[in-house]
Design a protein around this ligand. Structure first.
Ligand code: FES
Length: 142
């Protein structure tokens, strides 16, 4: 299978792996197709609503690692509203593409970011326009 140089780079040197203590929002999702799991932590500035930090942990394949790494890089520095634009399509473009059979892996990062934003919005009693309740959030099953 052919992976782009960027995918291999983010797989070999994933950015932002880890946890954020007392994170503003945490989202955990699972991929029904393969059983892989992804968790994203967001540290959000209360006043500016800018994502100051973003970390991830995954029990997933190489494409899931690479897409999460890139997604966390893209989300950092954005507002919670702009973070919604970090779709799996945007992440794949930033990685110069993924093989078609691996496209579903890139959905994990998008869904985990959405789940973390949803968690943040719920805790702070706000609505983020355009954000839908995540279907696959399993964060309550710890
Ligand atoms: Fe499971 Fe890629 S095969 S996320």
């Amino acid at each position: 299978m052919n992976y782009s140089e960027k995918v291999m780079d983010h797989f070999n040197n994933p950015r932002n792996v880890g946890e954020i203590e007392n994170a503003s929002g945490v989202g955990t999702v699972g991929n029904a197709k393969c059983g892989d799991i992804m968790r994203i932590y967001l540290d959000i500035d209360e006043d500016t609503k800018i994502v100051k930090d973003c970390k991830f942990k995954t029990f997933g394949c190489g494409a899931a690692v690479a897409t999460s790494s890139m997604a966390t890089e893209l989300v950092k520095g954005k507002t919670i509203y702009e973070a919604l634009e970090v779709t799996n399509k945007a992440v794949m473009e930033a990685l110069d593409g993924l093989p078609p059979v691996k496209v579903h892996c890139s959905l994990l990062a998008e869904e985990a970011i959405h789940a973390a934003l949803w968690d943040y919005a719920e805790k702070h009693h706000i609505t983020i326009e355009g954000l839908k309740k995540p279907k696959t959030d399993i964060s309550d099953e710890d």
